[in-house]
Design a protein around this ligand. Structure first.
Ligand SMILES: Cc1cc2nc3c(=O)[nH]c(=O)nc-3n(C[C@H](O)[C@H](O)[C@H](O)COP(=O)(O)O)c2cc1C
Length: 147
């Protein structure tokens, strides 16, 4: 069972724990964040639905924080792997999510700008592993240095 978590909740850890308790095998986070934009000339919302899903680099710090919190409170204790996403454009961004606690990463918005983005991030990840003498991406999961 694959569960995609929305960041538009009071506490994403509570939602994540409920998903694990319900039998989730993998948690993916985060989905888009609710956002709004207004055209100052027309005073009208820029989106037909007034609000809409915000994605890409603007949401990345929020996504990394949420992956880290869910990893600590739910993913690490339960062993349920996390797929981290939200603004990953480069291999460095992907490494951030892995260090925060993701077991794997995904790209959405980046592929709209460059259909080959995922391939570039994957090869950049290989370069990172070589450059840092890391044997496997698995060794990066949750390895952020907090001391
Ligand atoms: C145009 C668009 C459509 C999306 N449709 C879905 C969807 O159908 N189901 C889903 O779980 N997430 C959907 N998402 C959210 C993405 O899977 C992803 O969680 C989010 O965009 C953050 O990652 P990103 O910054 O790499 O795009 C969509 C995002 C965009 C931009």
């Amino acid at each position: 069972l694959f569960v995609k978590l929305s960041p538009n909740v009071t506490d994403i850890c509570t939602t994540a724990q409920a998903a694990v308790d319900a039998g989730a095998d993998v948690l993916a986070l985060i989905n888009t964040l609710a956002g709004m934009a207004i055209d100052p000339e027309t005073r009208r919302p820029r989106l037909g639905n007034v609000t809409g899903g915000l994605s890409g680099p603007a949401v990345k710090p929020i996504a990394v924080r949420m992956v880290h919190a869910v990893y600590r409170k739910v993913g690490e204790p339960s062993g349920v792997p996390l797929v981290g996403m939200g603004g990953i454009m480069t291999a460095g961004d992907a490494v951030e999510f892995l260090l925060a606690g993701a077991t794997a990463v995904g790209l959405g918005t980046a592929t709209f700008l460059d259909p080959a983005a995922t391939l570039k991030v994957a090869s950049g990840l290989r370069d990172y592993l070589v450059r840092h003498g890391v044997g496997s991406v698995r060794e990066l999961t949750g390895a952020v240095r907090l001391d």
